[in-house]
Design a protein around this ligand. Structure first.
Ligand code: CO8
Length: 258
């Protein structure tokens, strides 16, 4: 598929996916989400890709779902086409890690898209918000669900009910982002984090992603059992033998994803 609203570059083992609707501050429309889901699916299938970085522009990661596209839609339309449901579900099924590198606005669907990723590295200019309430609607891709799990009820209610923005420092304090870096260093930091992940055994990496995500779906004892069994299963891999041998022999492990 040829893309018009995103740019994909594969550098070493990292797929860098850049949202590219500068005139609309990367607002998410049907075309962009279809292309993004396609690119994520392709990255999942591409054996060269071991980690994905999703980013926007310096001014905006994404300023939300495209309000102009949605403004005339009826309930029947959004319900029957399940607006944004299939594409976002496809992105959430990607098993390789996805890092969101967020600069500027990450609002509404933009904040939700960042939360669909596995962790967020934010520039010091990042602003997060769920301002849908100002439009007479509400969040629809996780702004009341993933955000609540990430930052707790008090702040999630505050963000969703008042529509206020949260700066990078507050977002880091609240647990929404994993690190803040100066705007100029954002891509360098995100690509370095991706390169570090790309050095690991993909089996460990995918199992870790699956296990952390499982913690949101099941009670603690079930999650701990799931985690322990996955841990046990890593002992069936060559990479476990290699990783532990390398530690004992004081050398760098050579993982082969086996
Ligand atoms: N949709 C469409 N166009 C947008 C959007 C958007 N979300 N955000 C910005 N744009 C456009 C503007 O209309 C403008 O275009 P034009 O030049 O043609 O008028 C251009 O981008 C630049 O924007 P501004 O001139 O407004 O730039 P400012 O720097 O003055 O302001 C803001 C930046 C504060 C980010 C401002 O643009 C803004 O408030 N944007 C809207 C933010 C918003 O409300 N986001 C939530 C959208 S609703 C949503 O995300 C729902 C998600 C759930 C979907 C669920 C489906 C299941």
């Amino acid at each position: 598929m040829a893309y018009e609203t995103i740019i994909v570059e594969i550098e070493d083992h990292v797929a860098l996916v850049k949202l590219n609707r500068p005139d609309a501050l990367n607002a998410l429309n049907a075309q962009l989400l279809t292309e993004l889901a396609d690119a994520m699916g392709a990255a999942q299938k591409n054996d060269k890709v071991r980690c994905i970085v999703l980013t926007g522009s310096e001014k905006a990661f994404a300023a939300g779902a495209d309000i102009k596209m949605m403004s005339e839609k009826s309930f029947t339309e959004v319900f029957t086409e399940d607006l944004f449901g299939p594409e976002t579900a496809e992105i959430s099924r990607v098993r390789k890690p996805i890092i969101a590198a967020v600069s500027g606005y990450a609002l509404g669907g933009g904040c939700e898209l960042a939360m669909l990723c596995d962790f967020i590295i934010a520039s010091d200019t990042a602003k997060f918000g769920q301002p849908e309430v100002n439009l007479g609607v509400m969040a629809g891709i996780g702004g009341t669900q993933r955000l609540t799990r990430a930052i707790g009820k008090a702040k999630a209610m505050d963000m969703n009910l008042t529509g206020r923005f949260m700066d990078a420092e507050e977002a880091e304090r609240a647990g929404l982002v994993s690190r803040i870096v100066p705007a100029k260093k954002l891509m360098e930091e995100a690509m370095a984090a991706a390169a570090k992940i790309a050095e690991k055994s993909m089996i460990s990496v995918m199992a870790i992603k699956e296990s952390v995500n499982r913690s949101f779906e099941v009670p603690l004892q079930e999650g701990l059992l799931f985690e322990r069994r996955l841990f046990h299963s890593t002992f069936a891999t060559e990479d476990q033998k290699e990783g532990m041998a390398a530690f004992v022999e004081k050398r760098t492990p050579q993982f082969r994803d086996r």
